[in-house]
Every structure is written in structure tokens, then in C-alpha cells.
Design a protein around this ligand. Structure first.
Ligand code: GSF
Length: 203
């Protein structure tokens, strides 16, 4: 049995959960709740992932694997490799996934700055710089990636959908849809996939 260290609000964990739904592997994975932060590892699986982050996937016959991109490729490979296409399209899929993860990295750093750093020590240029990365990524998706996003379903699309949903979840005050109408329309449709609806984060 595979054991996935999990949180219902983690967008990186959500990528794995969406893949499990899409590939029919939900029954093969036991979910282990975990929570923590860079200043308090809490119940994070430090023995499985020295970085103290989730997701991490414990296997019966080998060391635990992480991070979410490694876990997604492992689980997709285990199911026959449908969500990571062969090269050369693979390089676009992986770049799209890296773009989505970069949006998540910036969005989570903004959350930590507000949630963990004491008010007197918060540094607004840091937050603005993180949001600038997200805004440029949205521009790139709108201007250069819509043909890939509208192509055959792949992990790049799953990652982008999870990233856009996470920005809505944690930074709902940032109105990104106005300037990115094609991306917004794509997300509205992709979010209706059963795998996405089954993994909506609860507050
Ligand atoms: C990032 C995972 C991550 O930051 C991946 O799996 O792709 N590159 C990794 N996870 C967060 C939880 S979340 O909000 O998604 C995490 O584990 N934070 C705790 C910490 O100490 O950073």
C-alpha cells in the first residue's frame, strides 16, 4: 500500500490527488494527515522528507519519494503514463507544470509572510515581488500557452488548474480573470472535471 502524506488544503497535494482520480488509483493510496510550517514542522513527515514538506509518498519497497512532480510522474508511470506525453510534447508539459509550481511557490510565500511573520517584520516589497511573478506567469499562460492548455489533457493542465484555484482560494482579492479572459474560460471548464470537483480544498 502506498501512503501519501496529505493535507486537504495543499495545492501540491491536490495535484497528486487529481492525478489519482484521473488514473483510477485512489484505492491504492492511504492518506496520512500532516501539517506544519517552516517555523514549526508539526506532524510533517521529517523521516520521509527531510525538507519537512508535503506531499511525500511512502512506498513498501523503497525510500519515500517527493516532491509533487516526482510523485506525479511515479504515479502516472504506474498507471501507464497517460498524463506525461512522450517527447517532444513532454518538454512543454514539464515547463507548464514548472510554471504552475512557480505560481504556487510564490502564492505560498505570500501566505507565510502574512501568517507567520509578525506584523512589524513584514516586508511589503517581498510580497509585491512574489505577486509580480504570479502576474507575469498569468500573462504568459494567456499569451503563449492556451493552445497547449486546450490540447489533450496532461499534467501541465492539472498543475495550472490547481495553481489558479489556489490563487482564488488564498488570494481571492486579486482579480486576475479580467486581464486573462481565455485563461479564465479554460479554468472554468477544467475545474468541472470530476477529479477537480472531488478535490476542492475545504477552508
Ligand atoms: C512544495 C511542497 C510544499 O511547499 C512540492 O511538493 O512540489 N516543491 C514541493 N508544500 C507545503 C504545504 S502546502 O501548503 O502545499 C509545505 O509542506 N509547507 C511546509 C513547509 O515547511 O514549507
Amino acid at each position: 500500500m502506498l501512503r501519501l502524506y496529505h493535507s486537504p488544503t495543499s495545492p501540491y497535494v491536490r495535484k497528486v490527488m487529481v492525478l489519482l482520480h484521473e488514473t483510477g488509483q485512489l484505492a491504492d493510496v492511504e492518506l496520512i494527515p500532516a501539517a506544519g510550517s517552516p517555523v514549526d514542522p508539526g506532524s510533517m513527515p521529517l523521516a520521509q522528507n527531510p525538507l519537512g514538506k508535503i506531499p511525500a509518498l511512502e512506498r513498501a519497497d523503497g525510500p519515500a519519494i517527493y516532491d509533487s512532480r516526482v510523485i506525479c510522474r511515479f504515479l502516472d508511470d504506474r498507471a501507464g503514463g497517460r498524463l506525461y506525453p512522450p517527447a517532444p510534447r513532454l518538454w512543454e508539459t514539464l515547463t507548464l507544470e514548472a510554471t504552475a509550481d512557480g505560481i504556487l511557490d510564490a502564492a505560498i510565500l505570500m501566505v507565510y509572510e502574512a501568517r507567520i511573520r509578525p506584523e512589524a517584520q513584514r516586508f511589503q516589497p517581498w510580497v509585491d515581488g512574489q505577486w509580480a511573478k504570479i502576474a507575469r506567469a498569468f500573462d504568459a499562460l494567456e499569451q503563449r500557452w492556451m493552445s497547449h492548455l486546450n490540447g489533450p489533457p496532461d499534467m501541465g493542465q492539472v498543475a495550472v488548474a490547481c495553481a489558479l484555484s489556489y490563487v482564488d482560494f488564498r488570494h481571492g482579492d486579486r482579480a486576475w480573470r479580467v486581464l486573462h479572459p481565455h485563461l479564465a474560460a479554460w479554468h472554468a471548464e477544467f475545474a468541472q472535471r470530476p477529479s477537480m470537483e472531488a478535490t476542492v480544498p475545504s477552508a
